[in-house]
Design a binder for this molecule. Structure first.
Ligand code: FES
Length: 161
């Protein structure tokens, strides 16, 4: 009889321990989840974008009559054979795909829906509704080319050095 009560006590004790452990685990899980959510709420929800105004090197890095694609700022730096510069966006004005310079054909082509642009960025074919935007270019006092994507300029607005 005594042995039976001891077994019953053991089983009650074991069950109690089990429920205490489960409750503690659930509490710890809920606390951790709450802390993670609070941390996410307190962290600033900021989108880090590259600066809109940046240097693209020295003029002598660009040969005359060249088109250079710069992937990170998504621009084409074009130096005409007369020596002047301009910078074009490589974001297609149709639905935003990145356009490519095709040197053999001397066109800028969009791989998505077939828009075509001439070297000035003017639409020559396809669904693009507008020319590729031109960004302002300047020469810094220490001789670097600087592009400002915040400032759009006219097609005829080029940087003469
Ligand atoms: S996104 Fe360039 S043609 Fe559609």
């Amino acid at each position: 009889m005594e042995n039976r009560n001891a077994q019953k006590d053991d089983s009650v004790y074991g069950r109690r321990q089990f429920f205490v452990a489960m409750g503690s685990g659930a509490l710890a899980l809920a606390t951790t989840g709450g802390l993670v959510l609070t941390g996410n709420f307190l962290r600033p929800n900021v989108l880090f974008e590259p600066p809109a105004k940046f240097l693209v090197g020295k003029p002598n890095q660009y040969p005359l009559d060249s088109v250079v694609y710069l992937a990170k700022p998504k621009i084409l730096v074009i130096r005409e054979k007369e020596g002047y510069f301009y910078a074009l966006s490589t974001v297609c004005t149709h639905l935003g795909c990145i356009v490519n310079w095709k040197a053999q054909e001397e066109i800028i082509a969009c791989p998505c829906h077939g828009s075509r642009f001439n070297k000035l960025g003017e639409v020559t074919g396809g669904p693009a509704p507008k020319p590729l935007p031109h960004f302002a270019m300047n020469l810094t006092v220490d001789g670097y080319l600087e592009v400002d994507k915040n400032v759009l300029v006219d097609l005829s607005d080029v940087l003469k050095i």
